[in-house]
Design a protein around this ligand. Structure first.
Ligand code: CA
Length: 230
């Protein structure tokens, strides 16, 4: 997934760039910096980025104009950094093709969460990737190990399979029939309440660990989905 982790940070304030680099590198991303819009456009023309973090307030060409220019040729996800209260920038940013925005001053956790959410949407990971990580929850698939709020959660094999299946397709809603078929297999001769029971147990175990149950969402009249929640 190397091509999915290079992030361009466009910001003229060196302190803010350093801060962004620190947060993002800590998460394992590769950070490239540009201190003005012109340099940013040159880099975008030459290199592939998985995501761009773009400050609105830049000397010369402002971030909104840079966003518009990038959008002429690239579909790369863009997060705009705006100052508090500049709602007009946010609205204009979305109109010009920004995917999300973060208001300064922001918490590192919020920024990293938004980066991850956008990357998950734009770079779907191949099936069977090793470790799935979400706010408060990680699923190490080779080890079949689940950690919630830093505590290992002991699951039955089917509870694990169900959680992994839903989490690996986060955002998608599945009916109970589909889950029975995908997780228990075609041959399973059982009742749809099996799914409900397993979801209930999973939620209880995650709640006891302190985090993670909030990702398991009931979609009334349909079934269940794993939703990434902050
Ligand atoms: Ca700035």
């Amino acid at each position: 997934m190397a091509e999915c982790v290079k992030i361009l940070v466009v910001e003229d304030e060196a302190r803010m760039r350093d801060l962004l680099r620190l947060y993002l590198e800590r998460e394992g991303y590769w950070v490239v910096e540009a201190d003005n819009g012109k340099k940013a456009l040159e880099k975008v023309a030459r290199e592939e980025f998985a995501l761009i973090i773009l400050d609105v307030m830049l000397p010369g060409m402002d971030g909104l104009k840079v966003c518009q220019e990038i959008r002429r040729t690239h579909a790369v996800p863009i997060i705009m950094l705006t100052a508090r209260g500049e709602e007009i920038d946010r609205i204009t940013g979305f109109e010009l093709g920004a995917d999300d925005y973060v208001v300064k001053p922001f918490s590192p956790r919020e920024l990293v969460m938004r980066v991850k959410a956008l990357l998950r949407r734009s770079c779907p990971q191949p099936a069977g990737r090793d470790v799935l990580t979400f706010p408060g929850l990680s699923i190490d698939h080779p080890a079949r190990r689940v950690e919630a709020a830093g505590h290992e959660v002991s699951l039955t094999p089917k509870e694990y399979d169900l959680l992994y299946f839903l989490a690996s397709q986060a955002g998608r809603v599945f009916t109970r029939e589909q889950l029975l078929e995908k997780v228990w297999g075609y041959d399973f001769y059982g009742d749809q309440r099996t799914v409900d029971t397993h979801i209930k147990n999973l939620r209880e175990k995650l709640k006891r660990a302190g985090r993670g149950a909030e990702h398991l969402v009931t979609v009334w009249g349909v079934g269940y989905k794993f939703e990434v929640k902050a």
